[in-house]
Design a protein around this ligand. Structure first.
Ligand code: IMP
Length: 199
């Protein structure tokens, strides 16, 4: 069973491989899209995670006969009206994880309401047809000081009450069990496996 993944990021691909195995879909062979770097890239200008994921999946589905999925994800902070949202990767002008985290903490000074969620949407498409979208979300709150060496992005600021620590303080498998990406991916893989939408 082959599913293509619309990413040029080897780290992301590795994470998807690990997750597929973790959720019991070891027979699903997740592969990068051949030659993706030479294909004109897709502009992620959607107002929602859904729009961006769908746009990417449809765009790249023209380049393979296999079903292909694309994801979009980010952090929504309630008191900031859902920001950084679809702009999570480029929240600060510098765009590094450290600068994004610093800006987030600065923007939350004086706010006691720290509720936030990570959201991931995966869109699955085949040859110009959208097969489905799959959304995962995980609720937590944003703390003032980064904690933990693990994860990436906003993980060290994202306190997850059921674990009693941040996502930066847990290993990848523990995070994947509950994460927005884990939820969206396992829903997409269940759908693909049940409909035979892979080959
Ligand atoms: P993208 O889906 O690769 O565009 O990621 C969007 C951005 O959202 C990332 O660069 C991170 O800043 C943030 N983000 C998404 N998922 C996570 C996560 O699991 N942990 C921490 N940050 C995340």
């Amino acid at each position: 069973m082959i599913l293509r993944c619309a990413t040029t990021n080897p780290g992301k691909l590795r994470e998807f491989h690990r997750a597929a195995e973790h959720f019991g879909f070891a027979d699903v062979d997740i592969q990068a899209l051949d030659g993706m770097k030479s294909i004109e890239s897709c502009v992620e200008d959607g107002a929602t995670f859904e729009e961006n994921a769908v746009k990417k999946a449809l765009h790249y589905s023209a380049w393979t006969a296999d079903p292909i999925f694309a994801d979009d994800s980010g952090l929504e902070v309630d008191v900031l009206g859902g920001a950084p949202g679809v702009f999570s990767a480029r929240y600060s002008s510098d765009g590094s994880d450290e600068a994004n985290n610093r800006l987030l903490v600065a923007n939350l000074q004086g706010h006691d309401d720290r509720t936030a969620r990570f959201v991931c949407v995966i869109a699955l498409a085949q040859q110009g047809k959208l097969l489905g979208t799959f959304r995962g979300a995980v609720e937590g709150r944003i703390i003032d000081e980064p904690r933990g060496p693990g994860g990436f992005g906003y993980d060290p600021l994202f306190f997850y009450p059921p674990f009693g620590c941040t996502f930066g303080e847990v290993d990848a498998a523990r995070k994947m069990n509950v994460s927005h990406r884990g939820q969206a991916l396992s829903a997409m893989l269940s759908y693909a496996a049940s409909t035979g939408n892979s080959r």
